[in-house]
Design a protein around this ligand. Structure first.
Ligand code: SF4
Ligand code: SF4
Length: 112
């Protein structure tokens, strides 16, 4: 089992999650984060920290597609352990529909 970052993270990227992860298994894309499924130890402490409620356990229905995205991009993007700067319009994007389809970026994040 692992926790999964789902599409509501896109363009929110509040990053409250990264600072609490005991094994530093978050990776940063241009406009969202992912969790490395092989590194996550399932502690669950990140889930309530996410103001966008974007982090879910992989036992939840409907997360399969995003689990694959987390797996693929955790190998491609840089590791992130410290909270960065949140986008100024992050709150406006919270809860928007079809974010993955319309706004997902495969580009890596900046902090590296
Ligand atoms: S706190 Fe939630 S929305 Fe923010 S970066 Fe982490 S998973 Fe994404
Ligand atoms: S469940 Fe624990 S180990 Fe997994 S990403 Fe969240 S904080 Fe890190």
């Amino acid at each position: 089992m692992t926790y999964v970052v789902t599409e509501n993270c896109i363009k929110c990227k509040y990053m409250d999650c990264v600072e609490v992860c005991p094994v530093d298994c978050f990776y940063e894309g241009e406009n969202m984060l992912v969790i490395h499924p092989d590194e996550c130890i399932d502690c669950g402490v990140c889930e309530p920290e996410c103001p966008a409620e974007a982090i879910l356990p992989d036992t939840e229905d409907g997360v399969e597609e995003m689990l694959e995205v987390n797996k693929e991009f955790a190998d491609k993007w840089p590791n992130i352990t410290q909270k960065g700067e949140q986008a100024p319009d992050a709150e406006d994007w919270d809860g928007k529909a079809d974010k993955f389809k319309e706004h997902f970026s495969p580009n890596p994040g900046e902090q590296g």
